[in-house]
Ligand binder design. Structure first.
Ligand code: FAD
Length: 567
């Protein structure tokens, strides 16, 4: 059997290697139009910031290795330019010589990825404007930062002894993963960074209050964020700098510009073969990665996937799914019954030592779908036991189904990146297994004081949800407390920092003796800092015949909402 694989990075390379492990006899030809296969595109922004110093560290495997270890005919600088699906052949162009040859296949796997969006804006091709997708792209950025203009080259004369250092300015366009990672790395390189984005908060898969919190976090680390604005053009300035122009009429001078406004599935080859595309513009595949042509499979960023939670078609450009899909394609070619379960969108981004992460469905997606069968909770647990040094707060939002208690999604942000990773990764597994919030409460997770708490954040989320679902702790949210009697059970000292107008303060230790001050005929929404004391108070009130609820996330959730409203 002859298999041709187009694209030699995440999806393509994992497919090729798995195929060989499963079948020693299959003839495998893997073509990659760029000069490298199997490189670490996820590491590229960190090479810009010199966190990953050597470019060679990004080259995970080489063409030679694929040939020697896997017996794969691996060709770099070789572009698949057309597919003849009827005769099962692919035209291959040698990128260096221009020569075109034809190769035949029994099965063809497409993993061409999704190139960065490059809109036809005035001046977009000026020197100093870059995208970050490949190793050569990144090399070009690094070279420009070092010596792209006389001004940038002059920075190498700065020794630290001079009284001042001229400001180097970068503009990053786009507040997704790649934009944020580039922004952080340019800050590491000493640039003053302005990030311009159309949406009102960064990382749009997140709900607005969590996205705004992330935005606040990067602002605190020096990134200037310009939201609700789009770039409309670029102008050359003297000395090699660029003026970035926005739709709101603002201009930003920059010594370097990184464009990170998203990616679009590469469907050129699929079109040449007459393969069906989906409603979102990606290659349509079934759960075995087979396209509308039974002998052509497709994986990775170029395809549409089923959203695991909603069943909707979606485009999700992530390395984990691409790798798993490549493996499944190899299994299927070898006659195995492997199937893709769909994508949850589980993601994490490191930001200045902290991290934001999420999995599953967001509240805004539920709202868009008109789905009201859900409840949400906000909790702010410590990354590990509070008494052990170094504990940092995690902001966690967990969404679950009211009717059956199933976990639907979670989003988190914290200054302890690995702690955020641990919680969202655990919740992602629960989600894929169809777990209920009771399953979370019962989860037996690792615990020692430097790593977690005897009742981990994941357990806590399950316990809180269980209390809500069983009616032990009615819950309310800031957006829905109008008309309620607001009872703040924090200590007076805490009110000095922030207080809620119209809320009545009865500190928790005094509550039992002051119940007479509270109205029996009104709904009481109980406030504290994070909702823990409010829960205790709610339990007291309910057992004394009051109609009470706990304001989820307390004052910390209110702060998030305020940031989201004022950004
Ligand atoms: C800067 C950056 C950072 C990222 N960080 C993360 C991260 O932290 N976490 C995460 O999950 N994901 C991350 N991603 C996304 C992740 O890298 C992609 O989802 C994944 O690589 C997709 O795999 P793929 O095989 O579909 O495409 P790619 O890995 O992009 O590979 C496609 C390859 O196909 C080649 N090709 C295209 N057309 C042809 C043709 N006609 N003939 C021959 N070759 C062709 C291309 O040159 C390309 O090398 C990042 C991506 C980038 C660019």
């Amino acid at each position: 059997m002859k298999v041709i694989i187009v694209g030699g990075v995440a999806g393509g390379a994992s497919c090729a290697a798995r195929l060989r492990r499963l079948d020693e006899k299959v003839e495998i030809l893997m073509v990659e139009k760029g000069p490298y296969v199997s490189y670490a595109n996820c590491g590229l922004p960190y090479h810009i910031g010199k966190v990953i110093e050597k470019e060679s560290s990004l080259l995970v495997a080489t063409e030679q290795m694929f040939r020697a270890v896997f017996g794969i005919d691996c060709r770099t600088n070789c572009e698949a330019v057309a597919i003849d699906a009827k005769n099962k052949t692919v035209d291959l162009r040698n990128v260096t010589t221009g020569e075109v040859t034809t190769a035949s296949y029994d099965k063809l796997v497409l993993s061409p990825g999704a190139p960065s969006i490059h809109p036809p804006l005035p001046g977009i091709d000026l020197p100093g404007i870059f995208q970050v997708r490949t190793v050569p792209d990144t090399r070009a950025v690094v070279e420009w930062l070092d010596k792209g203009t006389d001004f940038l080259a002059g920075m190498s004369c700065y020794t630290g002894m001079q009284q001042s250092k001229p400001t180097t300015r970068a503009v990053v366009v786009g507040g997704g993963f790649i934009g944020l990672e580039c922004a952080e790395n340019l800050i590491h390189r000493g640039f003053e960074v302005t990030l311009i984005q159309k949406p009102d908060h960064v990382l749009t898969p997140l709900d607005p209050e969590i996205g705004s919190l992330v935005q606040g976090h990067i602002k605190r680390h020096g990134v200037k964020v310009v939201a609700n604005d789009g770039v409309v053009g670029f102008k050359q300035l003297e000395g090699g700098a660029i003026e970035v122009q926005t739709s709101n009429g603002k201009t930003f001078p920059a010594d370097v510009v990184i464009l990170a406004i998203g990616v679009r599935p590469d469907t050129k080859l699929a079109n040449s073969a007459g393969i069906a595309l989906g409603e979102r513009g990606g290659v349509l595949v079934n759960d075995q990665m087979i396209t509308s042509d039974p002998d052509i499979l497709a994986v990775g960023d170029a395809i549409e996937v089923k959203d695991f939670m909603t069943g909707e078609q979606s485009l999700i450009a992530l390395a984990g799914p691409a790798n798993r899909q490549g493996r499944i394609a190899a299994d299927v070619i070898c006659g195995r019954d492997s199937r893709y379960r769909g994508t949850q969108g589980t993601s994490i981004i490191g930001l200045f030592g902290g991290a934001a992460a999420w999995t599953g469905v967001s509240e805004k997606t539920l709202k868009r779908r008109g789905d009201t069968d859900y409840e949400k909770i906000y909790l702010f647990p410590n990354s590990h036991a509070g008494y052990y040094p170094g504990a940092k707060m995690i902001g966690l939002k967990v969404i679950f189904r009211k009717s059956d208690g199933k976990l639907l999604g979670a989003q988190a942000l914290g200054e302890d990146g690995p702690a955020v990773d641990k919680r969202i990764s655990a919740l992602a597994v629960f989600l894929q297994m169809g777990a209920t919030m009771d399953d979370l409460a019962e989860a037996e997770l690792c615990y020692a004081p430097q790593f977690g708490s005897a009742k981990d954040a994941v357990n806590f989320a399950g316990m809180i949800a269980g209390n809500i679902l069983r009616g032990d702790m009615p819950v309310s949210h800031w957006e829905s407390v109008d008309g309620a009697f607001l009872l703040d059970v924090r200590s007076p000292a805490e009110l000095v920092m922030e207080s809620v107008p119209d809320a009545v303060n009865i500190p928790l230790p005094q509550l039992r003796s002051r119940l007479g001050e509270l109205p029996k005929e009104r709904k009481i929404a109980v406030i504290c800092r994070s909702a823990q004391r409010a829960h205790y108070a709610t339990r007291i009130l309910l057992q004394h015949g009051f109609t009470a609820s706990t304001l989820s996330g307390g004052m910390l959730a209110r702060t998030m909402k305020e940031i989201a409203a004022t950004k």
